[in-house]
Design a protein around this ligand. Structure first.
Ligand code: FES
Length: 132
């Protein structure tokens, strides 16, 4: 399922976190929905920008983190805690590890005035040209 089709997908403009909440190393998880299958997002710093992905590794469809709220980042990548796949923060593509060439599902976000919000991809035309 694409993130925007998830029944608990928040609307465009939803505040995910403040910039100051984002750790310099690691990431911040946000969970939407209280059903048995909520939407898990991870927000990370990428220089002066924020990036966001669905927190689901394409290798075994497991969360990237092994412990709640603990994400490993290294040299411009987020690293899956299970089998050490490296995903570039720039585009979510795996550059090293067991799922080479596969990618995390990217979620558009904007960093504005100290706040990270869900970007325009969450309404209307979505990434990949799909429509809502
Ligand atoms: S589950 Fe992420 S690398 Fe295996």
């Amino acid at each position: 399922m694409n993130w925007w089709r998830h029944p608990d997908c928040p609307p465009e403009g939803t505040q995910l976190c403040s910039w100051d909440e984002l750790p310099v190393e690691g990431g911040l998880e946000r969970v939407f929905g209280s059903s048995g299958d909520p939407l898990h997002l991870v927000v990370l710093r990428a220089g002066e920008d924020a990036v966001c992905f669905v927190n689901l590794c394409p290798h075994f469809s497991l969360p990237l983190n092994h412990e709640p709220g603990r994400f490993l980042t290294f040299d411009g990548s987020v690293v899956c805690a299970h089998h050490t796949a490296f995903f570039q923060l720039a585009d979510g593509v795996c550059t090293e590890g067991p799922c080479l060439g596969m990618a995390l599902e990217r979620v558009p976000v904007m960093h504005r005035q100290g706040v990270v919000i869900l970007g325009s991809g969450s309404g209307g035309v979505r990434q990949g040209g799909d429509t809502a």
